[in-house]
Design a protein around this ligand. Structure first.
Ligand code: UDP
Ligand code: MG
Length: 317
């Protein structure tokens, strides 16, 4: 019988363990009835410091594994290790905090199974469409920038909550980027993908692990690992300012030599120094970001380290 792997990373989600176990049980029953699928649950402990692992081990039923990472590696990498551990013919990725509702999970599975031509069905957050205007403008700009001149398009508001066929999951496994901007990687790998709209339910327990700074860092990571557009913009600005400088210089020479007028020195000097200095520093910082990404890739450390794997009906290995 074909198997569905449910992959979920967690970090300190002890409050939602029982609900999650109930969720997996219900999913296991329903997919067997509706789609004739077996369920395999692969959880990834992303360096939890509470007793989530023990609770999951006690609460989970059926066929499950918990990959315990040696420390916190971040959701992107935790998900990746879960995909590597999964063996199912289909891989469904959800958050352990149950914000991804049961009905949408069923819808994702249904959409993929209904169409042989589809490899991936991803979810698109509908609630983002109604977010504040400034946020929406920022988000539009971000996607414009990151998608500029690419041969693939990263869809807006499409996250990790998706289902893939084994072939797509295997393709994802071959991407060894150390800095993982998942949204970009999903788009980069191609395949036939389809999006469906959903609204996540509010968190019932615990708190979000994302800070504003964390989100900003992720956006920057996305840009620096997928786009050279900011560098090009800076180069163009550099060229324009350089040309303006040449023109201004020519004007001064003409004024001074031919018309013999005094050129005000200090203000023009200050203006050009601060403009050029500012842009220089900004470009250096930007270059530094790209170099930092490069250093991370060159070091070629493993993406994650597993401390141990817990299995249903067995001792930890
Ligand atoms: N998570 C993780 N590692 C992290 C941060 C988060 O495994 O470093 C998990 C977290 O436990 C949850 C999922 O990733 O299951 C989504 O995180 P969260 O709910 O904080 O994000 P949000 O839903 O607010 O975007
Ligand atoms: Mg959440």
């Amino acid at each position: 019988m074909p198997t569905l792997s449910l992959v979920a990373p967690f970090l300190n989600e002890q409050e939602s363990v029982t609900d999650f176990a109930r969720f997996t049980k219900r999913l296991g029953c329903d997919i067997k009835k509706r789609f004739n699928l077996d369920l395999e649950v692969v959880l990834v402990d992303d360096g939890s410091t509470d007793d989530s692992v023990v609770r999951y081990r006690n609460a989970l039923e059926g066929n499950w594994r918990i990959v315990e990472l040696s420390r916190n590696f971040g959701k992107e990498i935790a998900l990746f290790s879960g995909i590597e551990e999964s063996k199912g013919d289909f891989v469904l990725m959800v958050d352990a905090d149950l914000q991804h509702t049961f009905s949408v999970c069923m819808e994702l599975i249904n959409e993929l199974l209904a169409d042989d031509e589809l490899d991936v069905v991803y979810s698109v957050r509908a609630d983002r469409l109604e977010e504040s205007r400034s946020k929406a403008v920022f988000s539009k700009l971000f996607y414009r920038l990151i998608n500029a001149g690419q041969r693939f398009t990263i869809p807006e508001n499409a996250g990790d909550f998706r289902i893939m066929r084994r072939e797509a999951a295997e393709a994802l496994r071959t991407i060894r980027d150390k800095r993982r901007f998942n949204k970009g990687l999903y788009a980069w790998m191609g395949f036939r993908q389809k999006g469906i709209l959903y609204t996540p339910s509010p968190r019932t327990s615990g708190s979000t692990k994302w800070s504003k700074m964390g989100l900003a860092a992720l956006s920057l990571e996305g840009i620096t690992s997928f786009s050279a557009v900011p560098l090009r913009i800076m180069s163009v600005i550099g060229v324009i300012i350089g040309l303006l400088g040449v023109m201004y210089g020519a004007e001064i020479v003409v004024k001074g030599l031919i018309f013999d007028t005094d050129v005000p020195g200090y203000p023009s000097l200050m203006a050009s120094i601060s403009v050029l200095g500012g842009f220089n520093l900004a470009l250096l910082g930007l270059l530094g970001e790209y170099i930092w990404v490069t250093i991370g890739e060159v070091k070629d450390r493993p993406l994650y380290i597993v401390r141990r794997i817990h299995r249903s009906g067995g001792k930890p290995q």
